[in-house]
Design a protein around this ligand. Structure first.
Ligand code: ADP
Ligand code: G6P
Length: 484
């Protein structure tokens, strides 16, 4: 990347997960597109913004020749791997990030703290700080993403100072930030918050998460928080704001226009003629409320015997974090539940639930979204939930209905255009599904148009632009000055 005087042309993005996940196969390596909202939102920026993307490639490689091969294959995506030892990366990723921090950020109780993964988390954040500090030049904008790297801003700030470099550091959290009392469950919480407060700018998906963070800074650290969108802690003034993350809707419009996707849509429409299709696409994760979703759908089928063979739920559960015990248990639970529901409601004409525990290609995903009359999302907590945006992007013709848990971050913006419900209330979920499939065409159109305008206005490109504009402004005026 050519450095210029414009700070935004010298942007480094850092996340644990890179846009491609690398796997060893016979005779070499294979890469596949990583799933998850973080990769979707950042990939959506690539058209409008140039950046280098640093992260963990998801595989341990000791042989320098292997490292070189993987580094080369990532280069064309401007992605730069930070290689980690297997035990260390597992303790950081599964041990601390996914088994301790992720549940706490999503209000799950009963999480037990352990020092070994915490030390690995610190170490990985240090290794990232070393790599990024070496790559940065004075004036580089550094934008760090998500809960795997909460200590990084402070470590990085120290290393940059030692090297005499002055850079603006921003951080975006892609998960909820829980209310203070819940955050107290984590004994190392102070280190994490202090780690973030070395930033110039910190972004959250919703006002609620932003406010929870501000309240926590005040109660936990005694930081000054009554100065607008800023927090003063020690000698730093940190800007805190909400930035609405989004998708690239055009990517879906273009995909739907492809002849092979149109053909697939025709086939699916034919297959489900006379049947209302409900779609769900979620990583297989506790926070997505998949158990609740299957139970709610079961209740809906019980409540409406007149709809026998007239409704199908197609649920894609994308495999995720499969080395973590809790995720393995959930997978078994869902498999059993899916079997029970079909056992109870199947007829010789077919089964009402199609449960797919695998990843589906992008074209297929777009076709599925397009033919679905309803999209059912049941998150118990969720940073934003970009699947809800993607469904809307594919509903130009059908004006399908979004049935959206009130606990998804997206519900703060989309509740009027969707049918909101409480995911723990099975009766309410059943009623919401029924209301969605019976909504009049006029009401569907009205809701659709509202959501369409929202997702077309709040794109990933706009999100990135707004964040980096604000970060580069901080860079120009210099840290520690009072700005609003
Ligand atoms: P989360 O970030 O918790 O997974 P989101 O709903 O915000 O939840 O984002 C999920 C993203 O993963 C969506 O953009 C969705 O399209 C994407 N996705 C789903 N299935 C796949 C897949 N097979 N391959 C790549 N991405 C996928
Ligand atoms: C969520 C997190 C991301 C993460 C993604 C997929 O969106 O906020 O940071 O990348 O889930 O999870 P994974 O563990 O596969 O990276």
């Amino acid at each position: 990347m050519e450095p210029t005087n414009d700070p935004k042309s010298n942007l480094i993005i850092v996340s644990n997960r890179l846009p491609l996940s690398i796997k060893r196969v016979e005779g070499g390596f294979e890469s596949s597109l990583s799933s998850g909202g973080l990769v979707t939102s950042l990939s959506g920026l690539t058209k409008s913004t140039r950046f280098q993307w640093f992260g963990w490639p998801g595989i341990e490689l000791k042989d320098p020749a292997d490292r070189e091969e993987v580094t080369k294959s990532l280069e064309e995506h401007n992605a730069i791997p930070i290689f980690l030892d297997k035990t260390l990366s597992q303790e950081h990723y599964n041990g601390f990030s996914n088994r301790i921090l992720w549940p706490i950020l999503h209000y799950q109780s009963g999480v037990s703290f352990d020092d070994t993964p915490w030390q690995a988390y610190r170490r990985v954040n240090e290794l990232f700080a070393d790599a990024i500090a070496d790559a940065a030049k004075s004036g580089t904008l550094i934008w760090v993403h998500d809960y795997h790297l909460m200590l990084l801003p402070e470590l990085l700030r120290n290393r940059l100072q030692e090297q005499g470099k002055s850079c603006a550091i921003g951080f975006s959290l892609h998960t909820p930030f829980p209310a203070g009392d819940f955050w107290r469950n984590l004994p190392v919480r102070k280190h994490l918050i202090e780690g973030l407060l070395s930033c110039d700018l910190i972004g959250f998906h919703t006002d609620e998460y932003k406010q929870n963070f501000i309240d926590t800074c005040a109660s936990l650290l005694g930081a000054r928080t009554e100065i607008g969108n800023q927090i003063q802690y020690k000698n730093r003034l940190v800007c805190i704001d909400k930035f609405i993350v989004g998708i690239d809707p055009q990517k879906f419009t273009e995909t739907l226009a492809k002849p092979e996707v149109q053909e697939r849509i025709r086939k699916l429409k034919d297959r489900y003629k006379g049947v209302k299709v409900i779609v769900g696409v979620d990583r297989l994760d506790h926070i997505k409320g998949l158990t609740q979703k299957l139970k709610g759908f079961d209740a809906f089928l019980d409540d409406h015997p007149e709809l026998e063979n007239k409704v199908i739920l197609i649920q894609v559960a994308v495999p995720s974090r499969e080395d973590v015990k809790e995720y393995q248990e959930l997978e078994r639970e869902l498999c059993t539940l899916a079997g029970k529901i079909n056992g109870k409601h199947a007829t010789p004409e077919g089964t009402p639930l199609l449960y797919m525990h695998r990843s589906v290609p992008f074209n297929e995903l777009a076709a599925l979204y397009s033919v679905a009359d309803v999209c059912l999302l049941t998150s118990t907590r969720d940073g934003m939930n970009l699947v809800s945006f993607e469904y809307v992007a594919c509903q130009q013709e059908r004006h399908g209905v979004l049935v959206l848990s009130e606990f998804a971050g997206a519900a703060s913006f989309m509740s009027e255009g969707s049918i909101p419900f409480h995911p723990a209330n099975i009766t309410e979920m059943s009623e919401a599904i029924f209301a969605a499939i019976n909504l009049s065409p006029e009401e569907r159109k009205k809701k659709y148009e509202r959501l369409r305008d929202f997702i077309n206005t709040n794109t990933s490109a706009k999100w990135g632009q707004t964040f980096t504009d604000k970060l580069s402004y901080r860079c120009i005026i210099g840290p520690g000055l009072l700005v609003s």
